[in-house]
Design a protein around this ligand. Structure first.
Ligand code: R5P
Length: 300
């Protein structure tokens, strides 16, 4: 097996390679003055199983394009198979038509990845359970929930906490992690978003959080609005404090500032997406998914 990395998250690719006792294989990515890119594989890959690590996080269009070009270059150089490790899959939220006239972004990226020659994809905490079914190639769907459960067990007395899904879509995730944590109780925030603006209109709480530490678990943090809104509601409803766990630190716009200034005490994420120094903040903790990824790669 040889492992390559695009530019989106080289520290993660490095860690995965180390767990596999490998080094990253050389790849030349040229950027032309107009912003177009060109990829050249500077290693022997004929009949070799290759892995490329590239989350398609911000800027998603550039990261996707780079991924398409890397897969194409590997296939044209004779790679036996190409496994794309895309820990965060961009464009996954637009997985169906919400309003008449819209595109289905997720289907467009899946078709392009497959047409380019991707043989398998490995991703973390996909937004919906339906997503793997949309691929025609095998999908290795991993989760950060076991990592989170381990951290929660280490840091809290389970009798003192209540898990919280910050929206209805996250209930499956909350049930899964509750099972890993001796079936502790959970609550759910029901949030209503305006489909045109994306703003949260109003929310309500299902479940009892009084006197408990509320542990919110979500798949991603984009603007941070969902978490801040949920945290305020949990505290108003009697939670003693709020901590948050989310797999993907998308951190769009002012998210870092908003989270640091919020009433949330800790924000725990993973390194599916590299968080630049500028977006790191005091309350942030980053766990690595590299070991689980390497283990899954050994098993395929
Ligand atoms: C929504 O369905 C997701 O699970 C996240 O809760 C959401 O994408 C987070 O977005 P934001 O941080 O912008 O509220």
């Amino acid at each position: 097996m040889k492992i390559f990395s695009g530019n989106a998250n080289k520290p993660l690719a490095d860690k995965i390679a180390k767990h596999l006792n490998l080094q990253l294989s050389p790849l030349e990515i040229t950027v032309f003055p107009d912003g177009e890119k060109r990829v050249k594989v500077n290693d022997e890959v004929l009949d070799i199983n290759c892995v490329v690590v590239q989350p398609t996080s911000t800027p998603p269009d550039q990261n996707y394009m780079e991924l398409f070009l890397i897969i194409d270059a590997l296939k044209r150089s004779g790679a036996k198979t190409v496994t794309a490790v895309v820990p965060y899959l961009g464009y996954q939220r637009q997985d169906h038509i919400f309003r008449e006239g819209e595109d289905v972004s997720l289907e467009v990226v899946i078709e392009t990845l497959q047409k380019t020659g991707m043989d398998r994809i490995l991703a973390f905490d996909l937004h919906s359970i339906r997503i793997p079914e949309l691929f025609q190639v095998p999908v290795v769907h991993l989760s950060a929930l076991p990592l989170f459960a381990k951290e929660i067990k280490k840091d809290f007395d389970l009798k003192e906490i209540v898990l919280v899904s910050p929206d209805m879509g996250g209930i499956r995730r909350i049930k899964e992690i509750a099972e890993m944590l001796e079936n502790i109780p959970y609550a759910t925030v029901v949030k209503n978003r305006d489909l045109n603006t994306g703003q949260i209109n109003d929310s309500e709480l299902n479940g009892d959080v009084r006197g408990k530490v509320a542990v919110i678990v979500d798949d991603m943090i984009a603007t941070g609005a969902t978490l801040v809104d949920a945290a305020n509601m949990l505290l108003e409803n009697g939670a003693t404090k709020v901590v948050a766990f989310a797999t993907h630190p998308v951190f769009a716009g002012e998210a870092a500032k908003i989270l640091q200034e919020s009433k949330i005490e800790r924000v725990v994420v993973t390194d599916t997406i590299e968080v630049s120094k500028a977006k790191q903040f005091a309350k942030l903790e980053i766990l690595s998914i590299s070991e689980e990824t390497a283990q899954a790669l050994k098993e395929i």
